[in-house]
Design a protein around this ligand. Structure first.
Ligand code: ZN
Length: 307
């Protein structure tokens, strides 16, 4: 009996060991099978991280290189700009474009008349300012006012335009233009400061009435009275005939203005000067093609004078 019991105990222990061996063996086998797979997956992941880091470093290096290049370009631009500014400062008189500084001054003597109204209408439609050297005339207040209100320069020519009276002496001349100036100021509210001598500052007709030195006496008196006189450097030739041919007027103005930066153009708006009105559209078109823009004469305008 005793022997039999011990034998069965031994069999139980053996079975237990066997069972444990199977369990541990299974686990070990499973681990031995799975671990290398895990390890190699980890290795791949680690390699990927290493590659990623290396790529990031390379990109950062490239970015820094570009930053340096950009800084170099910016420095170069700054240096060039400073150099150009220096050069511009050293040459203040250099004009970028000649055309922006070409000015034509359309001037009309001996009005107002019905032609003045037509000229004002044309100038208004074409957005052009001009200068009117007027005479003293009754019942023309509306035209004097219109000249001022539409932005043109209302300038003195002569109250009477009678050479034998005005050029007799300094006093007779000054009385003539002062009367006109006062009258125009009363009508328009604006005191005229620009004037033009009948016949121009170098006329010789005056010699017959006031002697050969009369203009040399009158000019300082006019300046002292606060007037700035203007002659002209382009003659439309519209006074060379009672009714000058329209094409002659156009060609005289366009040829006379060629090569000038400042063209002060003599024209007339007396009652007979209808062809001057007719010539205006072609004159304006031709001058614009030459690069001129139009201005009215003011105290700021560079004085054009014969003497
Ligand atoms: Zn005149």
């Amino acid at each position: 009996m005793g022997y039999g019991r011990r034998k069965s105990n031994k069999i139980g222990t053996t079975l237990l060991f066997l069972l444990l061996a199977i369990v541990f063996g299974g686990c070990a086998g499973f681990l031995a099978y799975k671990l290398p797979e895990k390890v190699s997956a980890l290795k791949v992941a680690k390699e990927a991280v290493t590659t990623f880091n290396a790529e990031q470093v390379a990109l950062e290096e490239e970015l820094n290189t570009h930053k340096l290049e950009l800084e170099a370009v910016e420095t170069e631009v700054q240096n060039k700009k400073a150099q150009l500014e220096k050069e511009i400062a050293a040459h203040p008189s250099v004009n970028v474009s000649d055309d922006t500084n070409k000015f034509a001054y359309l001037t009309f003597d001996d009005g107002p008349s019905v032609n003045t109204v037509k000229i004002l209408d044309f100038l208004k439609a074409n957005n052009i300012k001009a200068t009117f050297f007027v005479l003293g005339k009754n019942n023309q207040d509306e035209i004097y006012k219109r000249i001022v209100n539409e932005g043109h320069t209302l300038a003195i020519h002569s109250n009477t335009h009678e050479y034998d009276k005005i050029y007799r002496s300094v006093d007779t001349f000054m009385t003539d233009i002062t009367d006109l100036s006062k009258s125009l100021e009363k009508i328009t509210g604006v005191k005229p400061t620009i004037m033009r001598f009948p016949g121009g500052s170098n006329n010789t007709i005056s010699h017959k009435y006031g002697g050969t030195s009369i203009m040399d006496q009158i000019i300082p008196a006019v300046n002292n009275a606060g007037f700035t006189y203007f002659d002209w450097n382009v003659d439309s030739s519209d006074a060379s005939a009672n009714r000058q041919d329209k094409n002659v007027i156009v060609n005289s103005v366009l040829n006379g203005s060629k090569g000038k930066d400042e063209a002060v153009i003599l024209m007339h708006d007396a009652p007979a000067k209808t062809t001057t009105v007719d010539a205006l559209p072609q004159i304006v078109e031709g001058l614009r093609q030459q690069g001129f823009s139009f201005r009215a004469i003011t105290g700021e305008t560079e004085q054009v004078k014969f003497k």
